[in-house]
Design a protein around this ligand. Structure first.
Ligand code: BGC
Length: 819
């Protein structure tokens, strides 16, 4: 197809948008870092440091796979400290490490090349992806010895770095979840040779911190920087030197012992059958589990330190419609540093005849930057809709009668009871039909509630009449096929149900997009195919490429790194373009901090700005759908994709997602795709495994974040997951999609499969549209052929197919490229 437009610029100058987004990326990183421990050494007064550890120069900016980040220029920790005027005394060690790493990688690559003839192209690419993922686990031998130590330097900074990404889980091994022998020995060596030792954890998720328990390896400060995006080094310098005070708070519990996590010994590859994941802990996920079992975590959910101190004073609570508004006065009581503080509100719901968790997050807020002595009154909203309890026997979600005890504080383990809200009569908020597919019963232990009642607390009676006209019964999302759809030929109908594949020629040409809708309606109806791009931490597009006159996408100057091995260079003449003849396309997108780091800011306004920034880049490069945010629950620290997810808590995940969605969608013409719906909590066997979950846990934990995001922000589309839910692939799951998503939540956006989730041997194409999953992605001719056949035989319901295409076309019509 020659009928296409290119909207990306053809020069590579840094634009104003890029500059602004770079600053935003840095601010988000700084607010997202969590200071886990500090005996007073931070912020550093010194301007000379020794820097060690794999992440010093090989800083991990983002994860691997579809969640990988691009970014024009990424600032390593070494570079960031230098930019801030810090003298680094350990360049010898860093250079040596670099050399050793490169030698090892080359030896490995040579070895692959020697055996490459037998491999298929994709195997080779996969192998190189694998090595990228685990490159820090490579036994590089980064020992530190006397020759690396300079007398005149008092401070050593050690960076523990880890990489992970989709397609594999992290390992419960030294060098991944545990520190390696070399890392532990290095910290102990540094403790002996330096007056002050600061450890930074540069990883998508938690690592075992038992080195904190031994005097010989306990650092003076511990900072979790996650995957900080392109401004990593500059942000690290700002925090270490005290230009900014840390204000990030953990969004997942860090355990003292891995086996403290629920179902730890059965997780993914650790269990006997990695294809059956039984979510036996029910609603007791993350801190809910730790509370119920009285397990002290290493670092609690919601925890994080600052360079200054704050005092909270609870003022009052008022009901405003369906919300409670808590007012809390926060004062910076320190004398030196300005800083922001987070206030967390938790609730204990009544538990007369149903088990409840002890405390769950109900709302939160963050102050502006407060100078010493300054105060701010925060108004924190708690939606009564989020306080419901699912009751299967009564077919509904209820605001139960009884006392709702509210707490405020600075982590799930540091809370004060502030008020009791009373519901006199149970109030039904939503009628729902119990899900027959969720009959799995696990022994959900009923935990004793250790809370001591405090009658001194102020009481507030909740007026439930605000819900009189709210109760939602099964509703229809109301999509009926228009004439435009009714008049389509069978071929057009079935083709529209299938994506336009990764390599097809879309209407808007944006190299690096991973999928698009079909272009079959372009010629006749001028309805273009629209682009979709990955990159939860910033659009994952090809930074520079060439487009031929005929519309072929080619590489600029050379093949991508993981293509250029073995026999592949022979393909260079086809795949690499000619800059003199072909059109140059430049797409430098911003690498933002990972979803986890962003969520650790607990700052909804800031996250809205990230959405807005990504949305503007989408418009610039011709992307209509962003394949983000992901709302899966961080159930276990070994999940390889945790960095793409927000939290172990559904409420926090849902509201942070809502902010980023609003940030994108307020621009108009561009939208998001929330994913992976649902219970995609492990990467091991992700395309074949079943997440087996009881209904209450499904609704209150694994669906809740999605429900909040849809209710608050109405995302344009949603992606189902690779896994099965209680034995059925989610893209074919009638109860999940038709009952819960479409009827209960009234969702009328486009639902698409994950990439290749439904193919031969994994679910059925016709069961997608029949059950509310509109689009099969990325799509290919064989899926269309199969659907045409299914339409003829009646297996594919024509009406369902028409409704799906109607939803797809409504989305296409909203894009910037129609009209
Ligand atoms: C991932 C999705 C991603 C898609 C497209 C899949 O492998 O699971 O999150 O959006 O690929 O790249």
């Amino acid at each position: 197809m020659k009928d296409f437009i290119v909207v990306s610029p053809n020069n590579d100058e840094e634009s104003q948008l890029e500059k602004e987004n770079r600053l935003l990326s840095r601010q988000v990183a700084e607010e997202g870092f969590v200071l886990l421990y500090n005996n007073g050494v931070l912020p550093l007064q010194e301007r000379t440091v020794a820097l060690f550890g794999t992440g010093a120069r090989m800083t991990v900016f983002g994860g691997t796979g579809s969640g990988e980040t691009k970014g024009r220029q990424k600032v390593t920790i070494e570079q960031g400290l230098k930019n801030a005027g810090v003298k680094i005394e350990s360049s010898l060690w860093i250079d040596e490490f670099d050399e050793k790493y490169k030698r090892k990688r080359k030896a490995w690559k040579d070895d692959v090349e020697e055996h490459i003839r037998g491999y298929h192209l994709w195997n080779v690419m996969d192998m190189f992806r694998e090595i990228d993922k685990h490159h820090f686990v490579f036994p590089v031998g980064d020992e530190i010895c006397e020759k690396h130590v300079k007398e005149e330097c008092d401070v050593a900074i050690y960076i523990v770095a880890r990489q992970a990404g989709e397609g594999g889980d992290r390992k419960l091994e030294e060098g991944d979840y545990f520190l390696s022998r070399t890392e532990v020995d290095s910290i102990s060596f540094l403790k002996k040779h330096y007056k002050k030792v600061v450890v930074l954890i540069n990883s998508g998720g938690s690592v075992d911190c038992s080195f904190m328990d031994r005097e010989e390896t306990k650092p003076d400060a511990l900072l979790y920087i996650g995957q900080p995006g392109e401004e990593a080094g500059n942000a690290v310098a700002d925090i270490l030197l005290g230009n900014e005070s840390p204000s990030g708070r953990l969004t997942a519990t860090w355990a003292k012992d891995y086996y403290d996590f629920p179902g730890a010994d059965e997780y993914g590859f650790l269990g006997e059958n990695s294809k059956e994941a039984n979510f036996k802990e029910g609603i007791y996920v993350g801190y809910r589990w730790f509370h119920a079992n009285h397990i002290e975590p290493r670092f609690a959910f919601g925890y994080g330190m600052s360079y200054t101190t704050f005092e909270h004073c609870y003022l009052d609570v008022k009901q405003k419609g369906t919300k409670l508004v808590f007012r809390i006065c926060v004062k910076n009581t320190g004398a030196v540093y300005s800083g922001k503080d987070v206030v967390e509100i938790y609730v204990r719901k009544p538990s007369a005849d149903i088990y409840q968790v002890m405390k769950e997050l109900a709302g939160y807020g963050k102050t502006k930057k407060l100078n010493p002595g300054e105060e701010e009154i925060l108004e924190i909203e708690v939606s009564l809709k989020d306080l419901v309890t699912y009751q299967a026997d009564m077919h509904g979600e209820y605001l139960l009668s009884g006392e709702y005890v509210f707490f405020e504080g600075t982590s799930a383990d540091n809370l004060n009871a502030i008020t009791i809200a009373v519901v006199q009569q149970a109030c039904l908020l939503k009628k729902v039909e119990p899900l027959n597919s969720c009959k799995v019963k696990f022994d959900e232990k009923i935990f004793e509630n250790s809370f001591i009642e405090n009658r001194e607390l102020p009481l507030l009676e909740i007026d439930t009449s605000v819900f009189d006209s709210y109760i939602s019964e099964h509703q229809s999302e109301g999509v009926i096929p228009s004439n435009r759809v009714l008049n389509l030929t069978d071929e057009e109908l079935c083709t529209m149900l299938v994506g336009g594949s990764v390599v097809s020629y879309g209407y808007v040409r944006t190299p690096g997009t991973v999928g698009r809708t079909s272009n079959i309606l372009w010629k006749k109806h001028k309805l273009p195919s629209i682009n979709m791009a990955d990159g939860p931490a910033g659009l994952n597009l090809t930074p520079q490429s060439l487009i031929t006159k005929g519309g072929m996408e080619k590489s600029y100057l050379h093949l991508p790194e993981n293509w250029s091995y073995g026999f592949l260079p022979k393909m260079e003449w086809i795949a690499v373009g000619n800059p003199k003849r072909d059109r140059m396309i430049c797409q430098f997108t911003t690498a933002f901090p990972s979803t986890t780091v962003r969520t650790q800011t607990w700052n909804r306004e800031l996250i809205y700005k990230v959405g807005d920034a990504v949305g503007r880049e989408m418009k610039k490069y011709g992307i209509t759908l962003w394949l983000a945010p992901a709302i899966n629950i961080q159930k276990n620290p070994l999940c390889g994709r945790n960095f793409e997810y927000a939290s172990e808590d559904p409420l926090l995940s849902g509201y942070m997602a809502a902010s980023i969605i609003d940030g994108v969608q307020h621009l108009g013409g561009v939208g998001v795709t929330i994913k992976h719906f649902c219970a995609n909590n492990q990467e091991t066997e992700r395309e074949y495994m079943s997440s087996n979950i009881g209904e209450r846990a499904l609704r209150e934990i694994y669906l809740k974040g999605f429900e909040i995001a849809i209710r608050e922000s109405n995302p344009w589309s949603l992606m189902t997951s690779y896994n099965k839910l209680n034995g059925t692939y989610t893209a074919n799951h009638n109860e999940l999609l038709m009952n819960v998503l479409r009827k209960e939540w009234g969702y009328s956006g486009v639902v698409m499969t994950d990439w290749g989730a439904i193919t031969k041997g994994k679910g059925d194409y016709y069961q997608c549209a029949n059950n509310g999953n509109d689009l099969i992605m990325p799509g290919d001719g064989s899926a269309v052929k199969q659907l045409l056949n299914d339409l003829k035989t009646g297996r594919l319901n024509r009406k369902a197919a028409q409704i799906s295409v109607e939803r797809i076309l409504r989305l296409v019509m909203k894009s910037d490229y129609v009209g």
